[in-house]
Design a protein around this ligand. Sequence first.
Ligand SMILES: [Zn+2]
Length: 360
Amino acid sequence: MKAIVVKPGEKGATLKDVELKETVGENEVKLRTLRVGICGTDRGIVTGKLSFARPPEGADYLVLGHEGLARAEEVGQNVDLKEGDLVVPVVRRGCSKCLNCKIGRQDFCETGEFIEAGIRGMQGFMREEFVDDAKYLVKVPRDLGELAVLAEPLSNVMKAYNELVFVQKRSVWNCDDSTFGCRKATIIGSGPIGQFFAMVFKDNGFKVTVVNRRDPNQIEDKISRVVGYSFVNTSKGLDDVPESDVIVDTSGYPSAFIPLLRKMKRNGVLLLFGTVGGEKAEITSDLITFFVEYNISVIGSVNASKLDFEQGMTFLSVWKSRYNGVLQDMITKVVKPEETQDAILEKEKGSIKTVIEWSK
Ligand SMILES: [Zn+2]
C-alpha cells in the first residue's frame, strides 16, 4: 500500500509502497484512511528538528501521521463497531507498566515507555489502510463526518482545559453566579490549537482574547467574530490585552508569554502548550517573586486520553451548528497524498489546517 514514509536521520517525506502485514484480530478493526491532518509535529519530524521521532522496533522507516480519520472496513467479532462507521484513532499507546497506562491514561505515562502513532515507535496513519485495536478507536458522531479530522488536535486542548479546571479547584474559582463568566483567558497564537483553546474557553463561559504579533488574516477575523473573542496584535503594544486569569501559550516562544505575565491576575494559571520555539529566556528573581506572591500555577500539557477525544468530538458536533461554517473554514487546504511533503514544508500565509485526502 502507499504510505508517507520518513527515515531516521534523513530529512523529507516520500510517498512509497510499503508492505505491512496486518491481520484483523477479534478485538481489532481494519480501517480505510479517509483524511489525515498535518501539524507542527509532522513539520518537526520532516525537517529533522524532533529528535525523539523514531520508527517501530525492527523497522527502518516511520509512516508519518497522527491526526487520522478512517472508516471501518472489517470488524473483529468482539468489536462494538459496524462496517462503515467512521473512527478517529488515539495517538499514544501505553507502557502497560505504570498505573496511569493501565487505566487508559497513557497521556500521563510515568515510565516514558509509551509509543505514539506516526511520531515514535509506531507506524502512523498516512497510509491507505491500517489495522487497529478497537480500544484505541473513537467513534465519530454521524452528523460530524469528515470534520472529525479535527478531533485529534482538539483532544489535546480538551485535556489541557480539563487539567486547568482540576488544578484551579485549589481555591473557589467559580464566579458569584456559579459560572466562569467573570474569568478571562488570553491565548497566545492563532493557529488551529489557539483557535480551539479560544472556542473551548468561550464555550465554558470565559471572556477570551487571542493574541498574535500581527493583525488577524481574513479567516481569523471571521472566526473571531463568529465565536465572539477579541484579537489583539501585540506588536502594537499590550494595552488592549486584558488582565487575565489564564494565559495559554501555544507558540513555544518565551518572548511571547513572559511580557504578558504582567497581565496575570492573582491565583492565575500559565498553561504551556507550545514547544520548539528555539529561544533562550532568563528567569529573574522578580519573576519568581511574582509567581510566589500571586499563587501562579504553571501547567505543561501534552497528548490526550480517549475521554478527551470523546469530549472533543461532542464539542465539534456543537460547533458545527453553533459556529456556522467555522470548522470548515479552519481546513484551509486539502491535498493529495503525493503533495504531502510540499504541504508539510510550506507554511502558506493565512493557512490554518491542511489535511491529506486519502479516500472519500
Ligand atoms: Zn506508562
